[in-house]
Write a protein that binds this ligand. Structure first.
Ligand code: SF4
Length: 386
């Protein structure tokens, strides 16, 4: 069965089960939900109790107020109110998630699309999202999902065990929590990952890294890989473009690497916003010092999006300069992303230079790895290879 046939059969199975969208031929280099997956204003009622479950990680304060500990925002929410992410609500002093099982997109993607380049190349991943986010990036690629309250986004109710069964039935070996920020649907993700892990699926997270360390620790035992967007290396950028902060994301990266889950980093390079060479160099130096030289970093190409329609696409030469700066700091696996066919998307042995994995767009088209090693010099290449 070739890839297209495989995709088609899987998507048909998804559709036949009435389980949401699964478009064919998604030729996107970023981990991005399909156009039209979630038109605003077409959602299900927020009163539908199937989606409402007790939240994890919060404290009760005086006057019925709750303080959420799920992410570094630590929202304090009065009765009847919601946290900044818009998907967690204080109901008479009890904090509730509104997005349990509230699936807004469901696709069978190549794992390179997440992007994971050191996780079983060429394998497929059942990828799902809900709605909402705890950041508000001006360049969000999935803003139709992330920047609306859940009642404004088209969705279906799907239970965790149904998702796991769907992956198994279609021989999809991986699960990914992705498209919108998985932190905000933590309870649903946690249960799905727990069941998926028990069933032998590799569970992965694609995140902005803006998550409490406490929540990460409780989830990581069920995970194989975690992709973190490191959006820039300045607090100013996080504040001005994302309504966030840099430090918690760095703490996330250190925590995840310390916990032993496989981590890859993505830095979307936006012209005249986060592309200063000195900042890229400082980022690479920090990664090498705090995480080690083997954590892959992907410098990916920006395209005009959401509130940054007036910013041009990143020149390829600028991406190449970012890659060179990171390599000069000693990082061993530096990738250039979102430029299909560019050799910067291939994996080379850092010891002897042998081509190990060749990629075109989001596909691994050649894989010369031998049981996690370079076939020529036998150097061990870090990652999740089986
Ligand atoms: S997860 Fe949502 S409610 Fe909780 S602290 Fe973060 S933004 Fe606030």
């Amino acid at each position: 069965m070739n890839r297209r046939t495989f995709l088609r059969s899987t998507c048909l199975a998804v559709a036949a089960a009435g389980l949401g969208v699964c478009p064919l031929g998604t030729a996107r280099a970023q981990d991005q939900a399909p156009d039209g997956a979630a038109p605003p204003g077409a959602g299900l009622s927020i009163e539908d109790e199937r989606f409402v479950r007790p939240a994890m990680f919060y404290d009760r304060l005086e006057g019925g107020i709750v303080r959420c500990r799920l992410c570094p925002r630590q929202c304090e929410v009065a009765p009847g109110g919601r946290g900044a992410c818009g998907v967690r609500m204080n109901r008479q002093g009890e904090y509730m998630t509104l997005v349990y099982g509230r699936v807004t997109a469901l696709n069978n993607d190549p794992i390179e699309k997440k992007p994971f380049y050191h996780v079983v190349p060429g394998s497929m991943v059942l990828s799902l999202s809900t709605a909402g986010c705890n950041l508000s990036c001006k360049f969000c690629q999935n803003w139709q999902l992330s920047q609306f309250r859940p009642e404004k986004v088209e969705a279906r109710y799907i239970e965790p065990q149904t998702l796991v069964a769907l992956a198994l039935k279609n021989d999809i070996p991986n699960l990914a929590f992705t498209y919108n920020e998985p932190t905000v649907f933590y309870e649903f993700m946690h249960e799905t990952a727990r069941l998926g892990h028990e069933a032998g699926l590799r569970c992965t997270v694609v995140s902005n890294g803006f998550t409490s360390l406490e929540a990460q620790r409780k989830l990581v035992p069920f995970l194989k890989a975690y992709k973190v967007d490191l959006k820039a290396f300045t607090d100013d950028f996080y504040r001005d473009y994302c309504h966030g902060r840099l430090k918690p994301v760095l703490e996330t990266l250190e925590n995840l690497v310390g916990l032993g889950v496989w981590v890859e980093i993505v830095n979307l390079v936006i012209p005249a916003a986060n592309d200063r060479e000195a900042d890229v160099t400082a980022m690479a130096r920090w990664i090498k010092t705090h995480l080690g030289p083997d954590v892959p970093i992907h410098f990916t190409r920006f395209r005009p999006m959401y509130k940054l329609q007036n910013v041009p696409p990143t020149p390829v030469a600028d991406l190449e300069r970012c890659c060179e700066a990171a390599k000069a700091e000693g990082l061993r696996y530096v990738y250039l992303g979102n430029v299909p066919g560019h050799p910067g998307g291939d994996t080379f042995c850092p010891r002897c230079g042998r081509l190990l994995i060749q990629r075109t767009g989001m596909w691994a088209v050649e894989n010369h790895m031998d049981a996690g090693r370079c076939p020529r010099c036998r150097a061990a290449i870090p990652g999740v290879w089986s």
